[in-house]
Design a protein around this ligand. Sequence first.
Ligand SMILES: Cc1cc2nc3c(=O)[nH]c(=O)nc-3n(C[C@H](O)[C@H](O)[C@H](O)COP(=O)(O)OP(=O)(O)OC[C@H]3O[C@@H](n4cnc5c(N)ncnc54)[C@H](O)[C@@H]3O)c2cc1C
Length: 380
Amino acid sequence: MKNPFETEERRAFRETVRRFVAAEVTPYATEWDEAGEVPWSLHQKIGALGAWGFGVSEKYGGLGFNDCFMRSAFSEEFAKCGAGGIGAAVGGRSISIGPIEKFASDEIKDRILPDIVAGRKGSSLAITEPSGGSDVANMQTTAKRDGNHWVINGSKTFITGGMKSSYFVVGARTGDKGLKGISLFFVEADAPGFSRTVLDRKMGWWASDTATLHFDDVRVPAENMLGEENRGFLSIMNNFNYERMGMVASMLGMMKLCLEYSVAYAQQRETFGKKLIEHQVIRHKIADMSARIDQIETYINWICWMTNEGEMPVAEVSKAKFSASKALEFCASEAMQIIGGAAYLRGNPVERIYREVKVNAIGGGSEEIMRDLAVRQMGL
Ligand SMILES: Cc1cc2nc3c(=O)[nH]c(=O)nc-3n(C[C@H](O)[C@H](O)[C@H](O)COP(=O)(O)OP(=O)(O)OC[C@H]3O[C@@H](n4cnc5c(N)ncnc54)[C@H](O)[C@@H]3O)c2cc1C
């Protein structure tokens, strides 16, 4: 689809990512996903592409500018490797970079941000708790002030990159009940009292590690509070939008892969004396998948245009997120039907994408929570 927002710079960036993924990621996608990890050198290669530098000052190795179109192009093209777990393994850090860059002290940023942006070290955002992820306002982990320190107690779960990250942005309750009693903290993995256990045997995203984090009297200096006390949630609202947009764009990439794979298969497979692609039922499936892809792509362009104009289109991002996971669910299912038994075998990207639909429908704000948020934005 022709993109009216394309510029030479955006086209070149997308092309660079596309070529990188085709040469350096896709050929190894099945191997890494089955192995449950990616080589650390991949983090550094992606860092060199500038993927984590959006909105980060050049002083810390960032790009010194932000562009929603380029960010989305990265997520979309990367997803075309066909293994969402690889994107999560390396890109898990992206949702913690914003709060660190925006709120951490200069001392912390000088010391750690260049390593995160370049892919030498990992970082994670830790919000979800064993008692629940949707009801953030009910967060149970606490941070109590003790002289020049905060003492953190509690646990976080489902943390992407949690086993390997060196740094964490952690939400904890510092005040009263509700969203206005939550603050954010910068915590290092070697802090006494911090430990982690792996969450294994996931349905998908095998290449990425997922952890439960335990905080047992973890003391952090007072300057490790990120942003204002009790305003932690409010200060990362925009961060959630970027996280969700990254997921929407990545779902678009997966939808395109489903279409591409099923068309290629239908063009060569014969049933009942003719090519599969010549059967009208199959052609209709392709039309329906293609229409959903166009809808999500158009939505992304519109949201990126608004975001670049300085708006924070919360309602549109929420609607795009649940529309995209529903569209991906449809495309993955139809692609499986077109390919048939061959798509049921491990190693086929369509099989993997079909299993990864649900993490997109649940993680980063579930479909239900996204709908709630969208309706609230309508003033209802
Ligand atoms: C692979 C993976 C990686 C993740 N990575 C991270 C990460 O890096 N950092 C992090 O902080 N979190 C992460 N998460 C957690 C994710 O954000 C949560 O799973 C998600 O927010 C939902 O929380 P929950 O699973 O606790 O479900 P719950 O909040 O317990 O909800 C259960 C179900 O009920 C629905 N529900 C809840 N409330 C309502 C309501 N009011 N009305 C209708 N339906 C409702 C939800 O939509 C959900 O489907 C990850 C999750 C997964 C699966």
